[in-house]
Design a protein around this ligand. Structure first.
Ligand code: ATP
Length: 292
């Protein structure tokens, strides 16, 4: 390995199930989620620098190139915690749509943590990197593993699961912005239709594709559908186009549909393309990424 430069893959996540249990005294929501990764990824290049600085390079105009970037925050915090005087240039080749509910920024941050652990030979474990990641954002601990997991607490407790049964995922992102903060603020905890998290876990453990599709559920859907009815319309279109089931990821606006057949995935893609600029067909991943 070149000891000055490394590439890390930063895959998008989807929530196969997302439940919110209650609001905590610290203001965060207690969540219970099943998360996995898909084969749609940013490519992060890390170049170690002798001078003590953090540089962000990206040609995507939605990606901040300063300390607001989660990848910058990741480099800053790991340098500070370990007293590292070297610097790093982080080049982000953005493939994951921004502000889509796919945790693109969190995955970039996690990729920086894994990559700097390798290039600077820090010998930190997944657990240690995830703990550092929890100071950057709620989705970062999961993204450090980038596997398949039941995620609880405010996102920092990771209980890994096997990868889900293989299938195709069709993603469609309506061209609107959804504020995660507003969605959580508008959530009425008394009247939630809670997804069957245990059932989802069992389906994954048994590699039961039909069980997995049947158990898809996200309590945030109702709120986002109310604020942005076009997200609900997109879900309905995808179901009509033949997906086995469809769910919104995170707080949206991206919805994803599952199918086992590549021809079916292509058909769904073609029928949505006329209504939506951002449609993707990718495979399920869900295997843990190494940190050393
Ligand atoms: P969340 O649900 O946590 O808001 P998301 O996946 O919907 O996450 P991101 O793609 O992570 O959304 O981007 C949300 C915002 O974060 C963007 O509007 C952008 O300004 C900021 N951001 C910070 N770092 C990054 C990054 N590396 N890539 C993309 N956006 C970033």
């Amino acid at each position: 390995m070149n000891n000055r430069m490394i590439y890390e893959k930063a895959p998008a996540k989807i929530n196969l199930a997302l439940d919110v249990l209650h609001k905590r005294e610290d203001g965060y929501h207690e969540v219970n989620m099943i998360m996995t990764t898909i084969d749609l990824a940013d490519r992060i290049e890390l170049k170690s620098l002798e001078q003590n600085e953090i540089k962000i390079v990206s040609d995507n105009r939605f990606v901040p190139d300063d300390e607001r970037n989660l990848a910058y925050k990741a480099a800053f915090i790991i340098k500070e915690k370990l007293g590292i005087q070297k610097g790093v240039q982080i080049t982000i080749d953005k493939q994951i749509p921004v502000a889509a509910g796919l945790a693109g920024g969190s995955s970039d941050a996690a990729a920086v943590l894994r990559g700097l652990n390798k290039i600077w030979k820090l010998q930190l474990t997944h657990e240690q990197l995830a703990e550092i990641g929890s100071e950057i954002g709620s989705d970062v601990p999961f993204c450090v593993y980038s596997s398949t997991a039941c995620v609880t607490g405010r996102g920092e407790k990771i209980h890994e699961l096997p990868a889900p049964p293989p299938c195709w995922i069709v993603l469609a992102k309506p061209s609107i912005g959804v504020s995660t903060r507003v969605v959580y603020e508008q959530l009425t905890l008394e009247y939630l239709n809670h997804p069957d998290i245990e059932g989802m876990k069992q389906a994954i453990q048994k590699q039961d594709y039909s069980g997995m599709t049947a158990k898809l559920g996200n309590v945030l859907e109702t709120v986002t559908f109310r604020l942005h009815p076009e997200v609900k319309t997109m879900k309905e279109r995808m179901l009509k186009a033949g997906a086995d089931n469809v769910l919104m990821s995170g707080s949206g606006p991206t919805v994803f549909g599952l199918t086992r057949k590549d021809q079916k995935a292509e058909r769904i893609y073609n029928s949505l393309k006329g209504f939506c600029n951002e449609v993707y067909v990718v495979r399920m991943l869900g295997q843990r990424l190494p940190v050393d």
